[in-house]
Design a protein around this ligand. Structure first.
Ligand SMILES: [Zn+2]
Length: 410
């Protein structure tokens, strides 16, 4: 069956009768993301909502005021997933989420154009393609495409878009001699009764069940984003068409403006400035490590030489690194002290590393209380606890417990 949406890809409203309405628990799949669903599958006399197929995702829309969350093809029929039931025989007005559909048409017709140029002019046939929520790609059976080829293909496609080459749909039967010229790429097995061929001028003929623009100017522009490794021996060439190009450009512009405000300099200086900042940060970190390691040694000396000798050390320095704390621990091993050290995770102020060490009699009493209060994960091993604290807000409470404990035993 050729659906109304395939007959005319530009219909936005259509009225017809409900033929079936059945309960369903089949999941909803959108751009490869699977979600649980419980509701109804509604079958209509015909549909302007495209059921997923040929690499093109399904449409969404409404039947009167009932939302359609997914449309899939089942044999010769399209079933519409709704949350509410609609009585058989009801006359409903179908409406389509046109922004989503037109976006799919731009990406899908863009893919046909791109694949045709790659195959006919560069001998790079498309083996499959993917229309994603953000980006799309064509899969090519090669391990590398030079950047200058990508730029030439892009320029060629954009020139054909400017020429507003017509896109037409030819319908034929399985024994039609015209079929020999067309490719079977992306054709679902259940659309074999009437075969649709999408023709882009005299550039391309391709069997396809999808919805397409009526001339290439409706694609506006195509932007090739470059290649990334794909399946074994293949690469994916990523692309954006039409509104996705302007939307993506706007996002880039917004990011660039934020960076300009942060770096207080023009975009052509950003790269240089960030690289300078990274170098400075690396040097500052190295200096900090050196200073902290000297400080740790000094702290150890100070504690060892203190008179009278302390029974415990409770140290929480926000700037301390795990290295600093380890150096203190090592320096005070065997001194008979109870030691508690904490450092903060750089980008999670509530979390950090803690170390508890000292004579068993102290650790047995204090260790469990402290680790519980700080929601610490880790274990005592050879009289030493080293682990991660999930909540450092209780640190002053821990300090009080330690202070009171030693005040009482002395
Ligand atoms: Zn197609």
């Amino acid at each position: 069956m050729v659906f109304k949406c395939q007959d005319d890809s530009f219909i936005k409203e259509y009225t017809c009768k409900v033929l079936k309405c059945e309960e369903t628990k089949e999941p909803v799949v959108d751009y490869g993301k699977v979600s649980k669903f419980e509701g109804y599958q509604v079958t209509l006399e015909n549909t302007i909502l495209f059921p997923a197929g040929g690499g093109q995702p399904h449409d969404v829309g409404w039947l009167n005021d009932v939302e359609v969350l997914q449309v899939i093809r089942k044999g010769d029929e399209a079933v519409h997933f709704t949350k509410e039931p609609i009585a058989v025989g009801t006359i409903v007005t179908q409406r389509i989420d046109w922004d989503r559909r037109f976006d799919h048409m731009q990406q899908h017709s863009g893919q046909h154009l791109l694949s045709a140029i790659l195959e006919k002019e560069y001998s790079l046939p498309t083996t499959s393609w993917w229309l994603g929520a953000e980006e799309s790609y064509v899969e090519l059976e090669t391990t590398c495409v030079e950047e200058y080829i990508i730029r030439k293909v892009e320029a060629r496609c954009n020139s054909l878009i400017r020429d507003a080459v017509p896109v037409k749909v030819k319908l034929c039967k399985a024994n039609d001699p015209d079929l020999n010229e067309a490719h079977t790429r992306g054709l679902p097995k259940d659309c074999m009764d009437t075969i649709r061929i999408i023709c882009i001028g005299d550039i391309d003929e391709n069997m396809c069940c999808g919805t397409h623009v009526s001339n290439l100017s409706q694609l506006q522009v195509i932007k090739l984003l470059g290649v990334e490794p794909g399946k074994k021996g293949k690469i994916n060439l990523k692309f954006l068409v039409g509104n996705r190009v302007t939307k993506s450009f706007q996002r880039m512009l917004d990011r660039e403006r934020s960076l300009t405000a942060l770096l207080k300099n023009e975009p052509n200086k950003h790269e240089e400035l960030v690289s300078k900042l990274q170098k400075n940060l690396k040097a500052a970190n190295k200096n900090l490590q050196n200073v902290l390691s000297e400080l740790a040694q000094l702290e150890v000396e100070r504690i060892k030489n203190a008179q009278p000798k302390p029974n415990y050390i409770f140290m929480f320095k926000k700037e301390a690194t795990p290295d600093f704390n380890r150096a203190i621990c090592k320096g005070l091993e065997g001194e008979g002290l109870f030691l508690f050290l904490a450092s903060v995770e750089p980008d999670k102020p509530k979390e950090g590393q803690i170390i508890i060490q000292g004579p068993e009699e102290y650790c047995n009493v204090l260790g469990q209380q402290i680790t519980e209060l700080l929601k610490a994960k880790g274990a005592f091993k050879h009289g030493k606890f080293q682990g991660k604290a999930g909540d450092l807000t209780a640190i002053s409470k821990c300090k009080k417990i330690v202070e009171e404990y030693f005040a009482n035993i002395l």
